[in-house]
Structures are given as C-alpha cells and as structure tokens.
Design a binder for this molecule. Structure first.
Ligand code: PRX
Length: 699
C-alpha cells in the first residue's frame, strides 16, 4: 500500500492507456446476468455473458484490486491518510493518529479534522498555470472557450474578491442559479477560495423551487446569469430569479443578486431584462478586482458546499459536503475510475446543478490537473452527432454521460457515431441509473469500437463520488452491473426486514438493500440545519450502516446490480425527483383533493412520471384541467418534472388507515397487473379494476 500512491502506481503498466481488454475475448464466458428491474427490459439471451474478459495481465491486476480493497477496508485511516497526504496540499497537516473519527452509529464522522487546506487552491493554483484547465462548448458548436489554470486561477481570485466586496464571508451560503458556462465553475471555485458554501440550484428548477432553496439555506447572496441557452432556446434565468425574489417571504433575506451578463456589456444598448435595486452587474464588478486572493485556510471538516436533493418525503434535503474528505474522494475516484493520465481531456456532460457536475465536471478533474470539458447544450443539438463531433474535435479521452442519453442516441442508429473519429476515447462512463445491457453494448461496441472500457459508476448525491464501479483494466466489466465496490468502500447487502447482512444462497447470490458499513471520506456529513433528518434517513434505518435507499442483487462473483429505489424517489432521465414535491405541486391546484405520483418504466428516460389525482367537488376532468396541473408542476418545481401521464380517479388505493399504496399504482402503470400482490388490505379493493381500466385507456 505504501508504494501505491495516488494512482495506484503499481498498476500503471496495466491500465495507463485504458485499452487493456482483449476484444476477441468478448462473449467467451457465459455467465448469468440479472435482468435489471428498471425499465422492465429483459436483456436478450445474447447478453447473458461477461464482457469483456480480462487477459492475463489484468487478472493479476484484479487480484491486486482485491488485495488493495481488502486492505483499504481493514485500515481505512491508513489508506485514506496516505492518499490525503500525497494528493492534496495542506496548509496545516492533519494528525496522523486522527485521520478518521466518529462512526456511522453516532453519525459524527470526521475525516482529517484539524488539518487545513483550500480546495480552490488545490484545484487551480497548484497546477501548471500554462496547462489547459477547461474547454467549454456552448449551445452552438462554434461557441468555444478555453482557459488555462493560470487564467482560471486569476479570474477565480477576482470573483472571490468581488464576493468579499459584497460582504460574503467564510461560512455564508451563496446560492448559484446559472447556466453551464465557465463562470459557473469559476463562481463555485471562488466560493471555495474564500470559504463560502455554495448551493448550486439546477437552472431547470422553477422560481418557486429556487426561492424555497434560498430560504431553506438562509442564503443572503444569489448569483445568476442573464440567460441560458439550450438547443437554440433562450432560458430567461434573470426573469426567473426576479420571480423567485417575489416568492421569498423574508424580503430582507437576500442582500445581493449578482448577475453575469452574457450579452449585455456596459455601454451597449439596453439589456432585455430589468436590473432591480438588489442587482449587481457581475462583469464590471469582477473586472475591477485584483487577480489574487489568498486562499482561506479551511478545516478539513468545514462545509464546502450544500446540494439539495429529493427524498421520499417532504422538502428536498440540503446535503452537506465538507472540504478535505470530499476533495480527496472526488480526486481519487476521478483518477482511478477514469484511468486519468496527464494530457487527458475529460468530458462529463452532466450539469453542475447535480452532484455529477460538482464531482466530475469541476472538482474531480481540476484537482487532478486534467483538462475538464464543460458542455452547455443537449446531445441532439444541432443534430444527433453532437457528442461524437465534440469528441473528434477536442480529442476527448474520457466521456461520461447517463444511460438515458445513450438510449436516446442509440435510436438514431450506428451511423452518427461511425461518421466521426472517436479514436481518442479510452474510457466511457455511465451514471445516474442502471444501464440496460442493450444500451451498454451499443456504447461499448459502437461508440467505444470495442476498445474502450465502459465504467458503470454507481453513487449518489450523498456519497460524493463513485462507491461501486468497475475500474479500467483492473476489474472486469459486466453489462448491466456496476460491479465491485470502490477502494475504501465497505459495501454490504442487508436484509431489509432484519437489517442483517444477507448470507449468499446456494449459488452464491444475494439480494437485499445496498448499504455501506464504514465511513468513507466523500460521504455527506449532515443535512443543513437538520441533523436529525440525516440520521433518520441514512443512519438510523440500519444502525451501524449508511443506507443508500437502493435495492440490489449481487451475483456469485460479487458484481452488484442495482434494481431500483426502495423509497418513492423517481429517476427520470437520470434526474432524481421526489414524489412528494410533484404531489404537493398538484394539490396546490384548487381542484385537487389528493395526488399520488409514481414512476412508470420508460424506454428512454428510464422512468416517466405518472400522476393520479382525485378531484374536489365541483371540478370535472377536462383537457384544460390537465393542462393547468402540468403548469402547476412546471411553476412549483420545474418543467423537467412535468408528469407524462395524469390520471383522474374517483379514489386512490388506500389502506384502511389512509396510507396510499403506491406499490399497487406502480404495478398498474407498469402493466404488471397479474402480480399486484395482496390487495385485501385496501379500504376499497374495487378501485384497482377502475384504475387498470383508466390507465389502459390513457395509454
Ligand atoms: O438509484 C440510484 C441511481 O441514482 C440514485 C442517486 O441519484 P442522485 O443522488 O441524483 O445522483 C445521481 C448521480 C450519481 C441512486 O440512489 N443511480 C446512480 N448511479 C447508478 C444508479 N443506479 C444504477 N446504476 C448506477 N450506475
């Protein structure tokens, strides 16, 4: 271990170029692949195989993986302590005897506490100032910007000084509501530089959703941009921000709204939006600042950022990620999972409004000194060859997207990717939901020309970075499986009823809920202002374990297959959506007495949103009403949460105690009516047939 270093140098010969697999081995081994539950799409027979098989060299590296993984679990302080020293620049070293304190039972986990560092310094200032840090491609393919580490470092310092000039101090929460432009990444890093805690709200959320997140975080500063662009459409962010400000009940809360202006510059004609009294033009303010800002020394356990994410019930939770542990985990997972090497152009096409953008657009690649690629547009603009065109033009080496995008692009056939030179690619990543073997195969064969490793990375907002994934050239791939735990992650499968670790059956397989037995550095430490909720949701369900909320099957080789959420969270196009938020937007309409929202399998999106609503007396079903309900969801949450199907029903399947049985609704929308299970506990079992008819008609 001691000689391993950050990359696991011992492995370098085997996976330094990511093309270690012997393509001729594809399909040699027949092994079972579980059908993944999501989408209900059973892999066809031809996918029941391990792909591809590792060769002699990688077999030995697989053995090393097992040894290193075992050692990292046996002594996490040693594993992460060594890495933290090698991988991060510390202003004050942490105490070697106190690498990890606290535990999952008490919920008081601390990593490297007492050590001091600055993440922006580690991500920018410590690297070669002339090396390329960021390539940005805007909505139009010819809208390209490139920034070196030196340029980014200077601009981040200027932004940091601008924030200070507006009174932002260490520990303050700064809400960021911005499009995918380089200023977004730099604003996040500027917060990190001065120790302010950023809270990025995805720019697809509505004014009301933005307002509630600002209020929940008691955030006094909001940073936005005049507009975003997606697929040729202008998204009037400043206008949405103005509306959000109206929704905030405490009118004194937000002191400043800082506005990046993409088009309007001082002296040019009138901007197409209004500047309000609290608004400050960001470009001239930043331009006036000195391009040096001393990095704030942060305790490893000081908050780095919060990110709101949806759960089963109530308002989204503001998950808190801290400085040292998160930075180390983001850096180490990026490097290891993507086989990162100097000179790589790393492209994660996720939005910074989600955790994937935090860890794998901004922090992970930059902490490694790699060039990160940032993308504003969509996979099909101006045409369905956009990704492949970008890979060719920028010689992208790692490409990371969600299964939903792969399934969408697959529909256009093999021709678009084959028109481009994709030979720069080494590793292809998948994230956000289970990838069905058909999509996996297309990604591997057509995009990767059977030469790249496909990494299926399983993780969550809460985990900070990958917790289960295959590693290029080190561990084998298996379509539909995220395979094996990452180093330092003690993954276990629990029996949901007893909370005990599930013993393998006669064939060596297990099934249960996914949990982690020991703390890892990237785990979220708390929910902002509500530690009790953090404990209730993650640590108390199975004392001594972190509970993911996912169900899982593990095969006899230890490969994990995520089979879906055990709670009411829906995953639409890799976006995590809380049923509670959509339901509350529906009942906000005066005509709705009650609403229940469930996910319905969808070929491309993974899941589609399906809503059941009960009308109040005096209201009748009509196209207008359905339209109003969609609008209500758009304005309360955001258009990406608009239900695909709204079914008006005289009642809902409820237990006698009044609990809605969503399990039954899920089965009905999935067409699995022959496996509805026990319906005898329903207050009115006849509702089931009514709903089956209604869903059948609206399909
Ligand atoms: O259900 C799992 C699914 O996405 C959830 C986490 O969503 P979020 O916090 O928004 O983070 C998404 C980006 C990491 C998980 O609980 N999920 C994520 N990755 C995978 C996955 N399911 C199966 N396979 C994956 N690779």
């Amino acid at each position: 271990l001691s000689t391993m270093g950050a990359f696991g140098e011992g492995f370098a010969p085997f996976y330094s170029h990511g093309r270690q697999h012997d393509p001729s081995a594809v399909g040699q081994n027949q092994a079972f692949i579980r059908t993944i539950a999501r989408g209900g799409a059973a892999p066809s027979e031809s996918y029941n195989e391990i792909l591809p098989v590792y060769d002699a060299k990688t077999v030995s590296s697989f053995d090393k993986y097992k040894k290193i993984h075992a050692a990292s679990i046996a002594n996490p302080s040693k594993y992460w302590g060594d890495l933290a020293k090698a991988d991060l620049d510390w202003m004050v070293p942490f105490d070697d005897t106190k690498v990890l304190q606290g535990d999952l039972t008490k919920g008081d986990v601390r990593w490297f506490a007492g050590g001091k560092l600055n993440v922006a310094y580690n991500a920018l200032d410590r690297h070669d100032p002339d090396a390329l840090a960021l390539i940005w491609e805007g909505d139009e393919p010819n809208d390209i910007r490139k920034l070196t580490f030196g340029e980014m470092s200077n601009k981040v310092s200027q932004i940091a000084n601008a924030l200070k000039a507006k009174g932002v101090m260490k520990g303050d929460v700064v809400t960021i509501y911005m499009p995918m432009i380089p200023e977004l990444a730099m604003t996040m890093l500027a917060c990190a530089k001065i120790g302010a805690v950023h809270s990025v709200v995805f720019a697809g959320f509505s004014a009301e959703a933005l307002a509630s997140r600002i209020q929940a975080a008691k955030s006094e500063v909001l940073i936005t941009a005049d507009h975003g662009l997606r697929g040729g459409k202008n998204i009037a962010l400043k206008y949405i921000v103005d509306q959000a400000m109206e929704h905030i009940t405490d009118k004194d809360l937000v002191k400043n709204v800082l506005v990046w202006e993409r088009e309007y510059k001082e002296g040019s004609s009138e901007a197409p939006y209004q500047m309000k009294p609290k608004d400050v033009r960001m470009d001239p303010l930043v331009a006036d600042q000195r391009p040096y800002c001393a990095p704030e020394p942060m305790d490893a356990e000081d908050n780095l950022f919060i990110l709101y994410t949806s759960g089963s019930t109530g308002m989204p939770k503001g998950l808190v990620h801290t400085t040292g542990g998160y930075a180390l985990f983001a850096k180490h997972t990026t490097k290891t999972t993507f086989d990162l090497a100097p000179g790589d152009i790393f492209a994660c096409v996720a939005d910074c409004g989600w955790i994937t953008g935090h860890s794998y657009v901004v922090y992970g690649p930059l902490l490694n000194g790699a060039t990160t690629f940032m993308f504003e547009s969509t996979p099909v603009y101006p045409d369905e060859g956009r990704y492949w065109d970008m890979i060719q033009r920028h010689k992208i080496t790692q490409f990371y997207t969600a299964p939903t995008a792969i399934r969408l692009l697959m529909r256009y056939g093999d021709e678009p990717p084959s028109k481009y030179d994709l030979s720069s690619l080494k590793v292809l990543g998948s994230v956000g939901e289970p990838i069905n073997p058909e999509a996996w195969r297309w990604y591997y064969e057509v995009v990767g020309r059977s030469e790249c490793t496909v990494v299926d990375t399983y993780w969550q907002t809460e985990t900070g970075g990958h917790i289960v994934t295959n590693l290029p050239g080190v561990t084998p791939m298996k379509p539909g499986s995220c395979t094996l735990p990452f180093y330092g992650v003690d993954a276990v499968v629990l029996d949901p009823a007893t909370g005990h670790i599930v013993e393998p059956d006669a064939t060596g397989r297990v099934e249960g809920v996914m949990a982690v037995r020991q703390p890892w550095p990237g785990m979220a430490r708390t929910c902002l202002g509500d530690h009790a909720r953090y404990m209730t949701v993650y640590l108390k369900p199975y004392p001594g374990y972190y509970f993911t909320g996912d169900s899982v099957q593990r095969d006899e080789e230890g490969n994990h297959f995520i089979t879906g959420r055990v709670d009411d969270v829906i995953n639409v196009s890799g976006h995590r959506i809380g049923t509670a938020e959509v339901e509350s937007a529906l009942v906000a309409h005066p005509g709705i007495a009650q609403a229940a929202v469930v996910g319905k399998p969808h070929d491309i999106k993974g899941q589609a949103i399906c809503a059941f609503v009960m009308l109040r007396n005096g209201y009748e079903e009509s196209d207008d009403l359905i339209q109003e309900l969609r609008l209500s969801v758009r304005s309360e949450v955001g258009s990406f949460c608009s239900p695909d199907m709204i079914i008006v029903t005289p009642s809902l399947p409820m237990t006698r105690s009044g609990k809605i049985m969503r399990r039954i609704l899920r089965k009905i929308v999935a067409g699995e009516t022959d496996t509805l299970g026990d319906t005898s506990t329903l207050a009115d079992p006849s509702i089931v047939d009514t709903l089956i008819d209604k869903v059948g008609i609206s399909d």
